[in-house]
Write a protein that binds this ligand. Structure first.
Ligand code: PEP
Ligand code: MN
Length: 495
């Protein structure tokens, strides 16, 4: 028998990756104007974490139950083999990424990748951005040494700052996280509602989300991408000739050409934040079993995941996740035992709902052959129907030989982990339903992309890492390397 769940029941369990906040400064008892708190925001800050959580509880949800349940339906399709999941974005999203340009670059890359996947796989793609809230980072070491001084590690913008002088955790950042998420989600919604994701109508029409292809280094990659766009334009022209009216919003096929769904996700690491945004809401009629059914929704994002470091069966994160109606992700690293995985599924997915859980495996190219088969067979035998996704990034991080201390990843390892996952699933009568990638569509003013991962069709060399290494956490695929992965996956379909 499980104990009763509430958005706060996690507080009775051990919390992994805790953040030690400084005690709140007592507010001044003096009434002299010089000492009085100058403004209410500063006053609130002095009240610490509790006041911030109290304020968050009063703020509106960032996403709705209808949107969350719509994603859940989409993910059930993925689990049933009728769609593919593409999840990706920054390792650590910064508050500074909340600009129209950066948001548009990120959406553009996800849309371009999904175009390649849809074209090659002949399946719908469910797009989930690591965005609009990916502000908290678990760290293997809570401190680091900078200029001979031991300081707190950077834990993500909703905990502390990047500047070595700004590493004290500040609860007020959680409020800032909410507002940056709100602005990001709002911009994504307004872009999508305004036709940002619409498809090209001719080979010569550029779409709002087209990529800066002029700087693509690999002629083969450019050619493959342009071929897809030209083929697609041809198909769309044909449809318009035979009279499919793209402006007819009652026609769902036509509406699909005008827009696309993009859902938001992040790691639900900071439980004070996540539980403050968890609300009891009416379950939408299309998803409800009874007329007035209600459920608990974590409204900070459409879906959230548990990291590999905080997935202890008896830990606070698993306790929090077990009460949510949202579809959720679980990172699965090499230390996960097959029976532990099944017990975890039993806790967060007691009703064995298809697609309720996405297992995001991240073993590393060297361990995937050893670890994945036992996980697949344990899950298949358990009767749970999660999505199996591959995160080929986190088991393949290594230190650069040219730039000591700089983390990088080689496309060779990334491709090898994905290919092995595809092969192993196919050989066991299972299916790789999605990928989870760290990537960025960011480009500099002169159209150049970041240089954080090695190799790919652009053949990025170790010596080039220093050119535009901009990540403050893990290295991300740039847009050319991300398109390489999309082509790899699209070509694997049916093979
Ligand atoms: C991440 O996704 O950035 C991350 C820290 O992953 P993991 O929990 O798998 O290490
Ligand atoms: Mn990461």
């Amino acid at each position: 028998m499980s104990t009763p769940w509430s958005p706060d029941s996690w507080r009775a369990k051990p919390v992994g990756q805790t953040v030690e906040y400084p005690s709140p400064t007592p507010s001044s008892s003096s009434s002299s104007s010089a000492e009085r708190d100058p403004d209410p925001v500063l006053f609130k800050r002095k009240q610490g974490l509790e006041a911030v959580a109290g304020k968050l509880q009063t703020l509106p949800p960032l996403v709705s139950a209808v949107e969350i349940e719509r994603l859940k339906l989409n993910l059930a399709n993925v689990a049933n083999g009728k769609a593919f999941l593409l999840q990706g974005g920054d390792c650590a999203e910064l508050f500074d990424y909340c600009t129209s340009e950066k948001i548009e670059h990120r959406l553009s890359l996800l849309l371009s990748m999904s175009l390649i996947l849809i074209w090659g796989m002949k399946l719908p793609v469910v797009r989930v951005a690591r965005m609009g809230g990916q502000y908290a980072k678990p760290r293997s070491s809570q401190t680091e040494v900078v200029d001979g001084k031991t300081i707190n590690s950077f834990r993500g913008h909703n905990v502390n700052g990047i500047d070595p002088d700004d590493r004290l955790p500040d609860p007020e950042r959680l409020l800032s996280a909410y507002f940056h998420s709100a602005a990001t989600v709002n911009h994504v919604r307004s872009l999508l509602a305004s036709g940002f994701a619409s498809l090209p109508t001719s080979a010569h029409q550029s779409v709002p989300w087209s990529l800066p292809l002029a700087h693509v280094r690999s002629p083969e990659l450019l050619k493959s991408y342009e071929e897809i766009v030209a083929n697609l334009s041809g198909a769309l022209e044909f449809m318009s000739v035979i009279g499919v009216d793209r402006s007819a919003t009652t026609n769902s096929a036509a509406a699909a050409l005008e827009s696309a769904d993009i859902f938001m996700s992040h790691e639900a690491l900071m439980l004070e934040y996540e539980s403050a945004l968890t609300r009891k809401l009416r379950v939408p009629a299309f998803a409800a079993k009874t007329k007035d059914e209600e459920g608990w929704y974590c409204t900070s994002a459409h879906t959230v995941w548990i990291g590999d470091r905080t997935r202890a069966l008896d830990g606070a994160h698993v306790e929090f996740f077990r009460g949510l109606r949202n579809p959720v992700g679980i990172k699965v690293g090499p230390s996960m035992e097959p029976d532990e995985l099944v017990r975890l599924l039993g806790i967060v997915d007691p009703n064995k709902e298809p697609g309720k859980v996405t297992l995001i495996s991240r073993y590393g190219a060297e361990l995937v052959e050893k670890k994945l088969p036992a996980h697949i067979s344990a899950v298949l035998q358990s009767g749970h129907k999660p999505i199996f996704a591959s995160d080929p990034m986190h088991g393949n991080t290594r230190t650069s030989s040219a730039f000591p201390g700089v983390k990088t990843r080689h496309m060779h390892d990334i491709v090898s982990e994905i290919s092995a996952s595809l092969r192993i699933h196919a050989s066991m009568g299972s299916r790789l339903g999605g990928v989870h990638l760290e990537l960025t569509g960011d480009i500099t003013e002169d159209g150049l992309s970041v240089t954080e991962c090695l190799g790919g069709s652009m053949r990025l060399e170790e010596e080039e890492l220093g050119l535009r290494f901009e990540s403050y956490c893990d290295p991300r695929l740039n847009f050319e390397q991300a398109l390489d992965i999309a082509f790899l996956l699209s070509q694997s379909a049916g093979s």
